[in-house]
Ligand binder design. Structure first.
Ligand code: GLN
Length: 199
């Protein structure tokens, strides 16, 4: 059974766990960095990235544990605040991040009117994909090694790089489980030689 933990310090981790369990993964809540050693994948959920950073800082082992997990090929899926934590550069305002994923983001970038919205974007091949946005970050730069898997208007909103997957929307809050299925499928497919996601 694939073990995909969800970081359970803050945010909407429960919805991710429910979705992962429904898809047949063991889906523990992750509250301590040592737990990463037992996992194939990790979801960093939406929430408030500043609060997540603050909570992770209280336990000095988090940062190196996530980096080591990534280096050994563990898959990480970040949604919304999780994407912000994974991004190379965070602005609006500037904020520290793990920097594992070669994209830049602006936090809370869609302004007040569209603070939270539900609707449809599209997969890169044009199929519709339901999306819920909650004070979403905007991806403002996509590095050469990053694939854009889905769009909302002209904005990339679902990206992948090696074992990393990240969404600016909340796939755990829709009835469509295809993004979580994609994450599990990517975990089951080892990277080709030379395709290491480690920059
Ligand atoms: N606006 C939040 C942040 O900047 C992210 C919102 C979310 O995760 N739904 O961290």
């Amino acid at each position: 059974m694939t073990a995909v933990g969800t970081l359970a310090l803050q945010g909407d981790f429960a919805a991710h766990r429910k979705r992962l369990a429904a898809l047949g993964a063991s889906a523990p809540e992750v509250r301590w960095p040592q737990q990463l050693e037992e996992l194939d994948g990790l979801v960093i959920p939406g929430g408030e990235s500043t609060t997540l950073l603050h909570l992770m800082d209280r336990e000095p082992g988090w940062w190196p544990a996530v980096e080591a997990f990534h280096r050994r090929g563990g898959g990480i899926f970040g949604t919304c605040a999780g994407l912000i934590l994974l991004a190379r550069r965070v602005r609006h305002p500037e904020q520290r991040s793990l920097g594992l994923l070669d994209v830049d983001v602006d936090r809370n970038a869609y302004g007040r009117q569209v603070d939270s919205s539900e609707g449809f974007g599209r997969w890169a091949d044009g199929r519709p994909l339901e999306m819920v946005f909650i004070r979403a970050p905007r991806i403002t730069r996509v590095g050469d090694g990053v694939d854009v898997l889905a769009w909302h208007g002209d904005d990339p909103v679902l990206v992948a790089q090696g074992n990393l997957l990240a969404a600016s929307f909340h796939p755990e809050l829709t009835t469509d489980d295809s993004v979580h299925r994609l994450f599990l499928a990517r975990l089951a497919t080892p990277l080709a030689d030379g395709a290491s996601s480690v920059a």
